[in-house]
Design a binder for this molecule. Structure first.
Ligand SMILES: [Zn+2]
Length: 175
């Protein structure tokens, strides 16, 4: 579950960074970090394709006939960037509330992380699909490897809280 931890921490840092960048107060920034964490890993993230109902559907439906492993494969259609892009267009058009943007940000942070680290762990990729479930693109770094375990996870664990504290620390440093 190392990858899930990295995803959660990346989501936390993403929500915090966006809120701080937008000049939101500390309580909103903390809340944003938590919201983005929810959709960054697990059942409510693009990795929904790793859980019960989805996997059962993948087993029973002949979606592989559609080619390229089928849309229901891991890092298939649930990992397509087009869904969050469409959601972002909808949210901008309808002045979507901040908290929904943060849920979306967590989801997108997952896709970014998979684009960089999505390779070995589940035998697909590298990366995420450019088209709904085919033509994967990514850096293909070793997910769950030494780099992730000993560099990425600790760095993210420090980054999230540091970003939250930045608005308070920055004036102290500059004076
Ligand atoms: Zn994923």
């Amino acid at each position: 579950m190392c990858m899930a931890l990295a995803h959660s921490l990346a989501g936390f840092a993403t929500g915090a960074a966006l809120a701080v960048h937008a000049g939101q107060p500390a309580w909103v920034a903390s809340g944003s970090a938590v919201l983005a964490t929810i959709t960054a890993s697990g059942r409510l993230s693009p990795d929904v394709d790793q859980y019960g109902l989805w996997r059962r559907l993948d087993r029973w439906l002949p979606d592989e006939l559609l080619g390229a492993g089928g849309p229901l494969q891991h890092r298939g259609v649930s990992h397509w960037w087009g869904w969050p892009a469409a959601a972002a267009v909808y949210l901008s058009a309808h002045a979507g509330p901040w908290w929904v943007w943060m849920l979306l940000a967590g989801w997108v942070s997952h896709l970014f992380a998979d684009a960089v680290f999505g390779k070995r762990a589940w035998g697909r990729g590298p990366g995420i699909p450019l088209f709904p479930w085919w033509f994967h693109v990514g850096v293909g770094l070793d997910a769950g490897g030494i780099l992730e375990r000993w560099v990425l996870v600790p760095a993210l664990a420090v980054a999230g809280p540091m970003i939250l504290l930045w608005p308070y620390a920055a004036p102290l440093i500059s004076t």
